[in-house]
Design a protein around this ligand. Structure first.
Ligand SMILES: Cc1cc2nc3c(=O)[nH]c(=O)nc-3n(C[C@H](O)[C@H](O)[C@H](O)COP(=O)(O)O)c2cc1C
Length: 197
């Protein structure tokens, strides 16, 4: 694998007793094993995420003053060539914490490659992922086709967070990481050499 892609893995759920960190930690391990990534895990539970957004539209002021407790997230997104969002389904969509984190940023998403790892009950995060694709499209990001999904995740992981049958998820993660790498490398080179339209 040639270029190293800087990857931010975002833990989207901040719910008390959440399962998200187990999924994110499994995925980060897959990304490390891939060899083409430098990984930073960003846990939204550690980020200050006020619902009150800045007064000025991000199209006019893309980098408004942000809360001090959001600086790590902003820095991580600025640095990242690619982002993987780890999300459950919540009421057939994604958690409000994720929407707030997305809406506080603007140019940080522009022409970046975004992948998804979903988990939940029957729908395995896919309803959240489909909504997120629409949101990231508005922000000029490119969401990639391959994804990892854990329907009824509570039957798939042991109590210690180990996957009972890892072959299929590992293969899905490998495909996703390969595709994400191509898109992130291509977009990074393009961002550096061709101005945005
Ligand atoms: C408010 C809420 C809404 C949910 N809605 C759905 C849903 O629409 N579909 C689904 O399959 N699971 C749904 N679930 C189950 C969650 O996906 C599951 O609890 C998951 O563990 C949540 O992620 P977390 O543990 O990291 O917070 C919902 C859970 C909560 C708390």
């Amino acid at each position: 694998m040639s270029d190293t892609v800087r990857l931010a893995v975002i833990i989207g759920s901040v719910r008390e007793g959440r399962f998200g960190p187990v999924v994110a930690s499994w995925f980060a391990e897959q990304a490390r094993g891939h060899g083409g990534y430098e990984i930073e895990v960003i846990d939204l539970a550690d980020v200050t995420l006020p619902h009150e957004l800045p007064a000025i539209s991000p199209m006019i002021d893309p980098n408004p003053p942000r809360p001090e407790g959001m600086a790590g997230l902003t820095r991580g997104l600025d640095r990242a060539d690619a982002v993987v969002v780890v999300t459950p389904d919540m009421n057939r969509s994604y958690p409000a914490s994720l929407k707030t984190a997305v809406d506080w940023h603007f140019s940080q998403w522009d022409r970046k490659a975004i992948g998804f790892v979903g988990y939940s009950g029957a729908s395995g995060g896919l309803l959240a992922i489909e909504h997120l694709r629409q949101v990231f499209n508005e922000l000029g990001a490119d969401t990639i086709r391959e994804y990892v999904s854990f329907p009824r995740y509570f039957e798939l992981f042991d109590a210690d967070g180990t996957l009972r049958d890892p072959a299929h998820p590992e293969s899905a993660a490998e495909k996703m990481l390969n595709q994400l790498h191509w898109w992130a490398s291509t977009l990074t080179a393009a961002r550096e050499s061709v101005p945005a339209a």
